[in-house]
Design a binder for this molecule. Structure first.
Ligand SMILES: Nc1nc2c(c(=O)[nH]1)N[C@H]1C(S)=C(S)[C@@H](COP(=O)(O)OP(=O)(O)OC[C@H]3O[C@@H](n4cnc5c(=O)[nH]c(N)nc54)[C@H](O)[C@@H]3O)O[C@H]1N2
Ligand SMILES: Nc1nc2c(c(=O)[nH]1)N[C@H]1C(S)=C(S)[C@@H](COP(=O)(O)OP(=O)(O)OC[C@H]3O[C@@H](n4cnc5c(=O)[nH]c(N)nc54)[C@H](O)[C@@H]3O)O[C@H]1N2
Ligand SMILES: [Mo]
Length: 731
């Protein structure tokens, strides 16, 4: 049956199904209701209000992917015999979904070059080998990658250890995600995170959703968007794909919406992939023509106003239309809606950041908000919708190549820590350096560096040039079986709701949550913090200023965070008060910016040509389906896009015809970086002609390493491909 809306009974039915997998609905419900913050996206639920509750206290808030993540953690263990029965080569043939479904990692395992299998080792053996290798390695030949799943405490401790060891090669998955938002917002308003809180969304009269599919990836936002529409507000979606759930969504916790479905988008604009920058400038030009600019606000609070105005006047409609793919009349229609709005929020995700001009995109969004005075008052502002549940916290507590000056100074003065001053490498630069044999040791706190990386062939080669790689993980993924270092360790760790002591996470609204932890589900995995502190203790026993033994207590680490991380003071007493808090100085309800001169900055841009315009070319976006969380695939099907498999390329029927193809033809998809064979070409009316869609991580074979020069984020959505019939056709 064709799915005509997002959410709804399917989501409820799914809950039952997952309940069965988890060993009973009540068991799953209890797991979901513990006081731990949600494990998936950063919109966030849970914490001290209890699971399935959002920041404003609404219950029940639940989404399919948080169930998926929970049930995955409730899987049985991978038995020791498994590693003897299955070779690395066998495992490499497995799909991301098959690897995830193997179960929970409970034994440390090792792979040594030349071997055919992983072997289980004791924790002692693993620690000894890792520490010995680190001793032999020059600190700057190591790198430390962090996913955004781990706690603030684990993130803080590991970056501290890596720096005391002597390197700044410390980075997180943000470089492949929202880095452009951080960099773009910093340059525009002096702070890199959302200027709004969840309540602001409930006060807005207009929300732009640019380059994102929150119906699938941040479903809880849909409740707020539904209420906004009921109040008569407008939701303007900018997306080359007409995403089912952005048109109509059935909010499971709302009976009327559940039955009838709620219209979400009031306006839907389909630019070409990469056409947003031109579109955003066009919108600003049209708003200016309507005399809807807030001149007073610009004069009082913004720099570069004249340059910006000149650019608005100079840019031609012809340039805007050809580079965005959106006709002037449509842009003017949206400008009219925006011009009437009194409180407008601009939300965006990967369709904006995953481009070589991602930072410019973000600056152009900020320009548009600033020009009508929409930053610095309640109910309006800038809202990058963050990805991983704690990716923002990881960044706040110092998991960045360059430490914030305040953290750097406080660590030296308050804790006598000697910090390295060499330039740290970002994620892609670490990969490039590894491929040049300039790095020999890699450590990953969660995540899947291989799978998330562009240019998969290169990524595997680069990682396999390391002498040693260590990965702290909960379940298996493609990164554990591809690009293996000469010596590779996988160390099993606890999920946050299994920790014996509390941990904290930061939501995309700058709200710090406390997770209570809970009983362990299986013997074997260890706490992330315990593992890091143990390595620290063995490697750097005499380090001035740090007592690694006390660092095994997350409460000790919280004292350090309170001492050194700006805005985090209240974490010092959180063990007693249990009071979750809003980080000071980030939410902007007044136009007081944290830039050097207290003013916001407008930016001007040269708009790049639209790529992929040659005869046989298509512009390709690599995106997530509703059945996956990043490189972890829970289900092969993509419900909302009505697809049952992942080895497909979706394109408009006009493009199929143009390329001489038919629906369901077997094709080869080629880019300058790589080729994917045996792909099914499928007709997909909802995508703007000239553009195509494939699923990440598989499609990373095609994505080049070309990155935004300022954010170092690869153009995961800006791939040019040619699609040709497969050499031998089969059915
Ligand atoms: N279920 C689920 N939820 C998730 C995740 C997951 O994998 N699964 N991942 C989490 C993470 S880490 C993140 S970062 C977020 C990601 O959340 P999203 O950014 O929503 O995810 P993507 O699938 O990357 O898709 C982006 C959307 O951008 C559109 N798009 C692609 N190119 C362009 C473009 O050039 N311009 C515009 N305007 N739109 C474009 C696509 O059509 C698609 O609808 O979700 C988080 N939540
Ligand atoms: N082509 C293409 N590439 C992309 C993207 C895209 O849209 N297109 N999106 C990019 C984005 S937005 C992101 S964020 C990255 C994702 O990059 P990563 O964050 O590196 O990858 P994930 O797939 O989220 O990592 C999942 C793994 O984390 C481990 N894990 C889960 N929970 C825990 C925990 O509590 N502790 C620990 N230690 N480990 C845990 C499990 O082993 C799981 O397999 O990929 C990027 N790559
Ligand atoms: Mo992300």
């Amino acid at each position: 049956m064709k799915v005509g809306s997002g959410g709804g009974f399917r989501a409820i039915h799914y809950t039952w199904k997952k309940g069965r997998e988890a060993g009973g609905l009540w068991k799953l419900y209890k797991a979901m209701r513990t006081r731990n913050s949600c494990k998936t996206c950063a919109l966030g639920m849970g914490g001290q209000k209890g699971g399935m509750v959002n920041e404003t206290g609404a219950f029940p808030e639940v989404c399919k992917k948080s169930l998926q993540a929970m049930v995955a953690d409730m899987q049985p263990a991978i038995e020791p015999t498994f590693w003897k029965q299955n070779s690395v080569n066998d495992l490499r043939q497995s799909s991301p979904r098959e690897l995830e479904k193997l179960g929970r990692l409970v034994h440390p395992v090792r792979y040594r070059k030349g071997a055919t299998h992983f072997e289980t080792v004791t924790w002692q053996e693993a620690y000894a080998a890792i520490v010995e290798k680190l001793r032999q390695t020059e600190a700057d030949r190591s790198f430390w990658y962090f996913s955004g799943r781990s706690s603030n405490e684990a993130g803080f401790l590991l970056q501290l250890m890596a720096r005391v060891y002597g390197t700044n090669n410390i980075n997180n998955c943000s470089y492949y995600c929202h880095q452009a938002s951080g960099v773009g917002l910093q340059t525009a308003i002096g702070s890199g995170t959302a200027t709004v809180v969840l309540e602001d969304v409930d006060k807005a009269d207009c929300v732009f959703v640019i380059g994102g599919n929150p119906a699938s990836n941040h479903p809880r936002l849909m409740t707020s968007l539904m209420h906004l529409r009921r109040r008569g507000g407008k939701v303007i979606v900018i997306n080359p794909v007409r995403e089912t759930g952005m048109l109509k969504f059935r909010v499971p916790s709302d009976p009327i919406s559940l039955l009838k479905g709620s219209k979400i988008a009031s306006h839907y604009v389909q630019p070409h992939i990469g056409g947003d920058l031109a579109f955003l400038w066009g919108l600003a030009k049209a708003v200016s023509k309507l005399d809807a600019i807030d001149e007073e606000y610009l004069r009082r609070h913004c720099n570069n106003v004249n340059e910006w105005q000149q650019e608005i006047d100079a840019i031609t409609w012809e340039e805007i239309e050809t580079k965005s793919g959106v006709p002037r009349s449509e842009i003017e229609k949206i400008a009219n809606v925006y011009a009437k709005s009194k409180r407008c929020i601009f939300a965006w995700t990967m369709g904006i950041t995953h481009h070589a001009h991602g930072v410019k995109n973000v600056q152009a969004v900020a320009n548009l908000a600033l020009c009508r005075g929409m930053v610095g008052k309640p109910g309006s502002g800038l809202m990058p919708i963050r990805g991983h549940s704690n990716v923002q916290g990881i960044g706040s507590v110092g998991v960045t190549p360059k430490l914030k000056t305040q953290i750097f100074d406080a660590l030296q003065s308050k804790h006598q820590i000697k910090l390295p001053t060499t330039v740290g490498k970002d994620t892609l630069e670490c990969m490039e350096a590894a491929s040049r044999y300039e790095l020999s040791f890699g450590f990953s706190l969660g995540g899947n560096l291989f799978g998330s990386n562009p240019d998969s062939k290169f990524a595997a080669e680069a990682l396999s040039r390391l002498d040693m790689s260590v990965m702290l993980s909960t379940t298996m993924n493609t990164g554990h079986v591809n690009g293996l270092a000469a010596e590779t360790y996988i160390l099993p760790v606890l999920a946050r709701d299994e920790e014996s002591t509390p941990t904290t996470q930061e939501s995309m609204f700058n709200y710090v949550r406390l997770s209570d932890g809970g009983p362990r589900r299986l013997p074997g995995p260890r706490s992330e913090v315990e593992v890091i502190a143990e390595i620290g203790n063995r490697l750097l026993p005499d380090a001035t200023g740090v007592d690694w033994k006390t660092m095994q207590q997350t409460s000790t680490i919280r004292q350090w965070i309170a001492d050194v991380v700006p805005g985090y003071d209240q974490i010092a007493n959180i063990d007693q008060t249990r009071k979750e808090f809003q980080i000071a100085g980030r939410t902007l309800h007044e136009p007081k910016f944290t830039t050097v001169d207290g003013r916001a900055n407008l930016h001007t841009h040269a708009i790049p040509e639209l790529k992929g315009r040659q005869d046989q070319e298509l512009r390709l976006m690599t995106v997530r389906s509703e059945g996956q969380f990043n490189t972890v695939v829970y289900e092969e099907e993509d419900l909302y896009r009505n697809q049952s498999r992942r080895d497909i390329i979706l394109m408009h029927p006009d493009d199929l015809a143009r390329l001489g193809l038919e629906h369901e033809d077997r094709v080869e998809v080629k880019s300058d970086t790589g080729t994917l064979s045996n792909i099914l070409a499928r007709s997909y009316e909802s995508i703007r002609p000239g553009n195509a869609l494939m699923y990440f991580p598989e499609a990373n074979v095609l994505v080049s390493r070309h990155a935004d020069p300022s954010s170092k984020t690869p153009a995961f959505k800006g791939v040019v491909v040619r699609v040709v019939p497969a050499p031998q056709r089969s059915s």
